[in-house]
Write a protein that binds this ligand. Structure first.
Ligand SMILES: CC(C)[C@H](C(=O)O)[C@@H](O)C(=O)O
Ligand code: SF4
Length: 467
């Protein structure tokens, strides 16, 4: 009998093209996603060496980080404009398909890959972007790469990669009402820290993961990188198949039936073992809010801002002190008493149709507080169009939210959508680092439901009692 394998090992074995003992292996890449920020030098490198893109059909580009989210054709920022113009020129010259600004499939790279069915189980997927881990939700081995590696993949369709260790993150139990995939991943990082995944590829297992929609699985895999992991994935099952069936780049008819069997056979074998396992009980997870400047500095919504003196270790004390200072927070106060000035619903973590539906469902005829600026930024043109078909745009607009064009937007403020210095934002994105949403901006990561509730109340509020 063959040795039982995890999905990670199965994909690895299928895609390795060359192995050298004790050295990284050469891995074949099935899909290379591209955006405007990390690709210009890579294409320039090809040009200088007189090379072509090896597999243009396995390459797909979009524009996301720099696109304006207000309706305009004019990009004021010189660098943004240059990056976008350069991507367009490069895609034309090298024959790479592009869903650029104005294209009906444009959107955040990690939203459109799955949406168009480019992301499929068993694929190795890379992109010059750390949140490429999102695609792992489909049972793909998907990870971020640097710009020099982007050039390597463009010219060879391969990458040198050390075989990863495997980490089983087992999440059993049932999620309570109002508690979401976002709360699971924040609680996980809060429990185990921002580096428990270092050196590993995570497989998320357990009954709570099985019950999640593909959108919820994407939210969790998206933040694998915030736990230090190279990638995070979920073994494919019927939920995966149902999501993919009928999508633009997914085969149909007989071919789909065959693909389905292949995909399901990739799931981790029952007796496979991992290098390490950690667990979380979903029934104990409460709605989460980050209070600090990394995603592990996180507490349940009814919790209190930590006091540095609660720690014995001087380094831990200093870390809390520093974060509190940046965040302008006093220790020991309830987080739900903290007023906010901004709400951002968007990013590759939480800007899919399901996220927007869930965020809108909290409104119930109420209005955004007059002290809060709240924006909703759909993850893609497709999400935007579908949301508008459902009338979600009107619900948000009537409540006092702004309804914007798709892109990364206030997740990292590269396109000019920024939180002003010293102001506070409840954000559905994945990073609360210093300066992330603008110079001296203060970010609190939450779920889409919690973001809407905060927009209406003007401060954090427990979604479970906000009826
Ligand atoms: C700009 C890009 C390289 C960056 C990343 O790699 O993640 C961005 O998407 C982010 O989220 O910080
Ligand atoms: S939405 Fe944010 S996290 Fe995602 S790719 Fe864009 S900038 Fe990075």
């Amino acid at each position: 009998m063959t040795k039982p394998k995890t999905i990670i090992e199965k994909i690895w074995d299928k895609n390795v093209v060359h192995e050298i003992p004790n050295r990284p292996s050469l891995l074949y890449i099935d899909l290379h996603l591209i955006h405007e920020v990390t690709s210009p030098q890579a294409f320039e490198g090809l040009r200088m060496k007189g090379r072509k893109v090896r597999q243009p059909k396995r390459t797909f580009a979009t524009m996301d980080h720099n696109v304006p989210t207000v309706h305009t054709n004019v990009i004021k920022d010189e660098i943004s404009k240059l990056q976008m113009d350069t991507l367009r020129k490069n895609c034309e010259e090298f024959d790479v398909p592009l869903a650029g600004m104005g294209h009906k499939h444009q959107g955040i790279v990690h939203v459109i890959g799955p949406e168009l069915g480019l992301t499929q189980p068993g694929k190795t997927i890379v992109c010059g972007d750390s949140h490429t881990s999102t695609h792992g939700a489909f049972g793909a081995l998907a990870f971020g790469i640097g710009t020099s590696e982007v050039e390597h993949v463009l010219s060879t369709q391969t990458i040198w990669q050390a075989k990863p260790k495997t980490l089983n993150v087992k999440i059993d139990g049932e999620l309570g009402t109002g508690v979401t995939a976002k709360d699971i991943v924040l609680a996980l990082i809060s429990k185990y820290g921002v580096d428990f995944g270092t050196g590993y590829v995570i497989e998320y297992t357990g009954e709570a993961i099985r019950k999640l929609s593909m959108e919820g699985r994407m939210t969790i895999c998206n933040m694998s990188i915030e736990a230090g992991a190279r990638a995070g994935l979920v073994s494919p099952d019927q939920t995966t198949i149902d999501f993919l069936e009928g999508r633009l780049h997914v085969p149909s008819g007989e071919e789909f039936e065959q693909a389905k069997q292949d995909w399901l056979s990739l799931a981790t074998d029952p007796d496979a073992t991992y290098d390490h396992t950690v667990t979380l009980n979903a029934s104990e997870v409460e709605p989460q809010v980050t209070w600090g400047t990394n995603p592990s500095q996180c507490i349940p919504v009814n919790g209190y801002i930590p006091n540095p003196n609660s720690k014995d270790d001087p380094n831990a004390q200093q870390e809390i002190k520093h974060s509190l200072e940046y965040m302008g927070l006093e220790p020991d106060i309830p987080i739900n008493s903290v007023p906010i000035e901004h709400v951002f619903i968007g990013s590759c973590t939480n800007s899919r149709l399901e996220d927007l539906k869930q965020a809108a469902s909290v409104i119930k005829g109420r209005k955004v507080s007059d002290k809060v600026n709240a924006i909703v930024v759909p993850g893609s043109q497709t999400v935007k169009a579908k949301a508008e078909e459902l009338g979600l745009d009107k619900e948000f607009l009537e409540a006092g939210f702004e309804w914007r064009e798709p892109g990364c937007s206030m997740c990292l403020a590269m396109n000019g959508d920024a939180v002003p210095p010293g102001e506070r934002c409840a954000s559905t994105s994945n990073r609360n680092f210093e300066g992330r949403q603008g110079a001296d901006a203060r970010t609190h990561l939450v779920s889409p439901e919690m973001a809407t509730a905060a927009a209406i109340a003007g401060h954090f509020v427990d979604i479970r009692t906000f009826v």
